[in-house]
Design a protein around this ligand. Structure first.
Ligand code: NDP
Ligand code: 2IT
Length: 446
């Protein structure tokens, strides 16, 4: 089997040279799906995996804009329309200086299977720019978003491609992007999700990814008769996903002791709760990319240049970015007795880290399963926009909770191994794949 995977990956690497994050995301899927299609030759004969790993369309464009001092800047914009077998392309936009084709292709590819797992009718896509929001004024952000949408608008639409937020793109940016789309098209449609609640946004969308991650981890813990109550939790990042995860973990009676930024992490032995959670929002809104001010504000310890995984915790929720938790970190967490790791970010754990958790039989969920709550509520926002109606927070939260439970069940169905251990990576990939593959088969050579 390893030979078959290697041969397949040789083809991927040759056709997509230098795209290491994309290779990493495809390898994780290929290791699971190639043995599966050997047993289900209908997918093999139709070359579904080969077709699935080639984006339907890749758009790259120039984004010129002017800063507050009148200086000109040129950034690059992208939208990867990866797969539309089960619905319009759907996925976030990332604004971060590290953005390149490889990162967006890895995210777009993951999004296909994630969206399939939600059970909602959404294809996979991702986009963004190498624009750095750090230190930019509101006006600069607005001008950038307007320029970005001035090109993107011709490629998207409520039945074609529906972007949303991701790193560096939150409610404010979605507002500027939506405003420009509306001016260009003279249409008020659900072309973006993550909109403000007054103008078509779904309640609970800001909370959805972090809440969903905790709901999923709650299901994993329940398989061992455990709960969040009284557990110590390490969270990384301090953005949208981290904020939602900290909030829900608190509600379930856990104590969250860390959050982190590119500058290091803070350790709050009393737990990040109450007004300290609200402070996370302030920190994010400053656009300064640092978590240290939390330590100054609340008089707790700050560990510059370090990651939270060196602390002894029961549960780890990586919510910052890809490859932020490496093998050494995983070994440290395991040595300290971690029982559950729920990925809130996309691909935050390296393959070696995942293997370390799985070997130690730690409950481990891949982002495409446990962070699917964000895009799931985006899907519910699309439904509400089509209905021209709004559900209450309670209604949306209930649906989100149900969806996360269903994803957990699907992972268990396809991922339970002979000894009873649930391999959630295997389960998520197969469960997500089958629906998309069947749709592709039904639609002919697409
Ligand atoms: P935010 O921009 O709100 O926060 C991102 C956090 O990660 C910040 O703390 C950010 O700090 C940090 N970060 C980003 N890039 C890097 C980097 N290269 N090195 C170190 N730290 C970094 O984004 P989100 O919370 O929305 O996204 C976090 C993760 O969750 C991402 O992997 C995203 O793809 C994933 N995700 C998001 C969803 C959503 O609905 N928003 C849904 C599903 C997954 P800084 O900006 O200072 O670098
Ligand atoms: O990675 C993700 O799932 C997101 N950033 C959310 C995508 C969406 O369309 O809500």
């Amino acid at each position: 089997m390893t030979d078959k995977v290697n041969k397949f990956m040789d083809g991927i690497i040759a056709r997509n040279p230098g795209e290491k994050e994309f290779h990493q995301a495809v390898l994780e899927v290929a290791e699971v799906i190639i043995p599966f299609i050997e047993e289900n030759p209908v997918y093999k004969d139709a070359k579904i995996l080969e077709r699935l790993t080639e984006p339907e369309r890749t758009i790259m464009f120039k984004v010129p804009w002017q800063d507050d001092n009148g200086e000109y800047h040129i950034n690059r914009g992208y939208r990867i329309e990866f797969n539309s077998a089960i619905g319009p392309y759907k996925g976030g936009l990332r604004f971060h200086p590290s953005v390149n084709l490889s990162i967006l292709k890895f995210l777009g590819f993951e999004q296909i299977l994630k969206n399939s797992l939600t059970t909602l009718p959404m294809g996979g896509g991702k986009g963004g720019s190498d624009f750095n929001p750090k230190g930019k004024s509101d006006n600069e952000i607005m001008r950038f978003c307007q320029s970005f949408m001035t090109e993107l608008y011709r490629h998207i639409g409520p039945n074609t491609d529906v972007p949303a937020g991701d790193i560096g793109v939150g409610g404010r940016e979605i507002g500027f992007l939506f405003g420009q789309y509306k001016r260009l098209k003279n249409e008020f449609t659900g072309v973006l999700t993550g909109k403000g609640r007054e103008w078509g946004g779904s309640l609970m969308r800001p909370e959805a990814t972090g809440f969903g991650n905790v709901y999923f981890s709650q299901e994993m813990l329940a398989t061992k008769g455990e709960t969040f109550k009284g557990k110590t939790v390490a969270v990384s990042g301090f953005g949208n996903v981290a904020w939602g995860a900290v909030t829900k973990a608190n509600q379930l009676g856990a104590k969250v002791v860390t959050i982190s930024g590119p500058d290091g992490y803070i350790y709050d032995k009393d737990g990040i709760s109450g007004e300290k959670i609200d402070y996370m929002l302030e920190l994010r809104a400053t656009n300064n990319d640092i978590v240290k001010p939390y330590a100054d504000e609340f008089g707790v310890e700050f560990f510059p240049g370090k990651k939270p995984w060196e602390q002894k915790v029961d549960i780890a929720l990586p919510c910052a970015t890809q490859n932020e938790l490496v093998e050494e970190d995983a070994k440290q967490l395991v040595a300290n007795g971690v029982i559950c790791v729920g990925e809130g970010a996309n691909m935050p754990c390296t393959p070696e880290a995942i293997e370390t958790f799985q070997k130690a039989k730690v409950l481990f969920s891949p982002g495409k399963a446990s962070n699917a709550g964000g895009v799931a509520v985006s899907g519910l926002e699309m439904s509400q926009n089509s209905l021209r109606y709004n559900w209450t927070s309670e209604e949306v939260d209930k649906k989100l909770h149900e969806i996360m439970k269903n994803i957990h069940e699907a992972c268990k169905k396809y991922g339970t191994e002979a000894d009873g251990y649930v391999n959630y990576v295997k389960g998520a990939n197969i469960a997500g794949f089958v629906k998309v593959a069947d749709a592709m088969l039904a639609q002919g050579l697409v």
